[in-house]
Design a protein around this ligand. Sequence first.
Ligand code: GCU
Length: 610
Amino acid sequence: MIRRLLCLLALIAAPALAADALRPPLLLTGARANVQDLSGRWTYSKDLYRTGFTDINGWVAKSRMQRHRDVDVAAEEGKPGPAFFEFDLDRGPAMDIPGAWNSATPELRYFDGLIWFQRRFDAPMKTGQRSFLRFEAVNYRAYVYLNGKEVGRHEGGFTPFVVEVTDTLRAQGNRLVVGVDSKHDADSVPGEITDWDLYGGITRPVKLIQTPATFIDDATLRLNDAGRLVGSLQLNGPQAANRAVNLRIAGLNLTLPARTDANGEARFDVAAPAGLKRWSPDAPTLYDVEFDAGDDKVRDRIGFRTIAVRGSEILLNGQPIFLKGICIHEEEIGPNPARRIDDAAARRLLGEVKNGLHGNYVRLSHYPHNEAMLRAADEIGLLVWSEIPVYWTVNWDNPATLGLARRMQAETIYRDRNRASVVLWSIGNETPVADNRTRFHTALAETVRALDPSRLISAALLVERKGDTIHIADPLLKELDVIAVNTYAGWYGDDTLEAVGKLRWEVPADKPLLFSEFGADAQVGFRDATLRRKFSEDYQADYYRATLAMAAKVPTLRGLSPWVLKDFRSPRREHPVFQNGWNRKGLISETGQRKLAFEVVAEHYKARAK
Ligand code: GCU
């Protein structure tokens, strides 16, 4: 009996314990002092055969090819002797970082492999302080060397990671070398085939962060369903335990002292002040929150709101809401996107949703987006669906792949849990129903619940079709708070648009339903008012009229995110007239030109109730 009880306890505790184990060892979230942005021109060296790691016959690389070495090649070449080199990052070509290499030069357009990047920099040094490098994202594998020493590595193209360099950093002439391998494989997340571009490289900012010996690694605060502000602060360092800390929200005239426990964690739990204004898309109120641990302070701009489901309703701050949205890929508007999303690029994209489409919601597909998008969504008032790239098929039977997906989910949650805009964690997109796939997703759902019980769980599911009836019969449904489906009748397949209007939906009545994707390609400027053929703006507009009319008849539908705001790069789309490497389902072209369908969606959202 005792043994059974212990097993049961282990099973129950497993996700929570496992969740703690999923916390990245270093986070360094929030705004803080002593941050040096290393964006700018980085030199690079292509390494298609990975000779920087291994040489012929799988032998360890020859030193003349090891890009990570802390060596001044030109100076060495000035000396007599037999040594020679077959790389030189000091004299190599350069590109702007952050940004994907595929957009940097024509020769790198479809380069898929290993490229070494280098950044030289000086660093202010103060005795007793600690130094870290924080990478916002490197796609897909990163190998980090500082002054010739390996200091860290990371797998996953869309989440931040931190490496400590206290003992390796020097005041002058640091040589930061990062090997970036864009190759995906059968065990990666996502797998090898996606409907989006390669975008290899250091695609988001890299920062040098210097802190006191004991510092605030992470701090979080939210409004819970009982109307209380709850959160925590985690110190890292020799004086982390039993330390006095303060939480301050000047806008609420609130100062809350607390003390860290033996693990360096302090918890906050206080009734929300009466004057607190809740965050919503219509009133995106954010408060400047300061977490103070004496010689280290961290600030964040946080909105306070609640999100829940009640039967088939989605409740924001206790009120039913309909999500009027659209899907977005991480590409800035322009003819040659490099995944270079700064605040201005984010606001330009999201402005099309908020002001152009009269939307209140975005599905940031199919992976965690640049933090600038989440912060812009907080500021301008858009709800967010956040997704990890468990996309189409991954290796459902490989525990390492599941571990990687769970870690990506954790890295996303720890980065974004202070963002009021994020209301949905999506654990996958269009994965074919099978027992091993459902077990994989169930484990991910448990991870989300253990790490962040305050938000909703969803996934973009495939549907089953029998004649004119569409069913959702997915064993994963019981793990989801919100059901979401991708539906393309009228584009893929042979339905006429008239047939779309006759489609019937058989869906569970006890949960909210979202149409997480629907859409049609159109090349901007291709008008075909008479025949209204596919790839014309006219057909795309007709498709939206028919699909929105069909959607309006689904009783538990609580949100829409058509596929997709903007035409985006995809190597799967090679029609020589209409596509040329672009998926054309955007409501706007890659340069921001609105298509006829844009107004169809905007009018629909304008007419819809809140
Ligand atoms: C799929 C998939 C998208 C893809 C889209 C399309 O549903 O989720 O990533 O781009 O449909 O076919 O255009």
